[in-house]
Design a protein around this ligand. Structure first.
Ligand SMILES: [Fe+2]
Length: 340
């Protein structure tokens, strides 16, 4: 009983309403209403699957009722009921959303056929809806999986960066501390250059790792007090290439490679390892080069005292366009970047 589909017949005339009910009552649960308003009221209380709607009714016409039903219950199928004379109207009503029409007087088999076709359409729509919901469920599940994977990736990324940084720290504490300052200063310079936030964040990470290649340099040379011999300096000069080679192995750190490789290139082309100059040097590397130099000048090294701010600024001005990107020096001299 419960599995039977529900049909509502709306017709102002008793005879066709009743004869239709008799035809349908064995196969479906059938309700009747003598007018459109009564039909609306009924449907507000009881959900039905299909409505058989008379097209010629007083007060509210069948076409108006059809539009009302479709707007309130888009999932309900409507079969129009019409006298032969208004067949054209019924045809056009199909365009308003009716699934089919029946002509009076009805043929019993035709009635069952049309109603069953209408219900079939409704079942198909419901199945589609169900499939769509299932698909949505699957999509949501996949999205959650992707988010979890992404979260894992971010954590392993952060873990990798941290592990690399701790490796430098273990070898040369000066370098680690220095790298943090260089990263902060690089980010400030990038901010003054209006570099977008996401690029700035990556630049900051890259700056943290700029001296990672010192892992491959003898710590006796790294920690040496006093001036370096030419051979020792040649050893130190290998660290950009060593660092780039290490970081190149990690696909999601590839953005850091240019910074690491070129942070000792000079604006006049007399730097190392490649000797490229001016704008051939990636902007990120030019930024880190100047931040690196500023932080080195501002702190005491084993072999010399820290320079006063005034002297640092003079060095920057004197070497603008020689060692440093003059545009960045200009921003610093104009006070647009805080060196504190
Ligand atoms: Fe370096």
């Amino acid at each position: 009983m419960d599995n039977k589909e529900k049909i509502l017949i709306i017709d102002d005339e008793f005879a066709p309403r009743e004869s239709l009910r008799m035809v349908l009552k064995d196969k479906y649960i059938v309700f009747t209403a003598p007018g459109a308003q009564e039909g609306f009221n009924f449907m507000a209380q009881t959900p039905v699957d299909l409505v058989v709607l008379d097209i010629m009714m007083p007060v509210i016409s069948g076409i108006e009722a059809l539009q009302e039903i479709k707007s309130r219950h888009p999932d309900i199928e409507v079969v129009l009921l019409t006298a032969y004379a208004s067949l054209e109207t019924a045809r056009s009503a199909v365009r308003f959303g009716a699934s089919d029409y029946l002509t009076k007087p009805f043929d019993k088999d035709e009635v069952i056929k049309v109603i069953e076709k209408g219900l079939e359409k409704k079942r198909a729509k419901e199945n589609l809806k169900l499939e769509r919901e299932k698909l949505w469920g699957k999509t949501r599940y996949l999205e959650e999986q992707i988010n979890a994977a992404r979260q894992n990736l971010i954590m392993s990324y952060e873990g990798t960066v941290k592990a690399l940084l701790l490796t430098i720290d273990a070898k040369d504490h000066y370098t680690f501390n220095h790298s943090e300052h260089v990263a902060r200063l690089s980010s400030a310079i990038a901010g003054a250059l209006d570099i977008p936030k996401d690029v700035r964040d990556k630049l900051e990470q890259a700056a943290l790792m700029h001296d990672i290649g010192k892992i491959g340099v003898d710590e006796v040379i790294l920690r040496k007090d006093g001036a370096l011999t030419q051979e020792e300096f040649d050893e130190i000069k290998k660290h950009p290439v060593i660092g780039a080679t290490i970081v190149q192995q990690v696909p999601f750190l590839d953005y850091a490679v240019p910074v690491i490789l070129y942070h000792h290139e000079r604006f006049d082309g007399k730097g190392y390892p490649k000797g490229i100059k001016g704008e051939e040097i990636p902007l990120t590397a030019r930024i880190v080069m100047i931040a690196d130099a500023i932080d080195s000048m501002m702190r005491a090294r084993p072999y010399r005292n820290a320079l006063a701010m005034e002297k640092v600024l003079r060095e920057l001005r004197d070497y603008a366009g020689i060692q440093f990107d003059p545009l960045i020096v200009d921003l610093i001299l104009k006070g647009k970047i805080s060196l504190e």
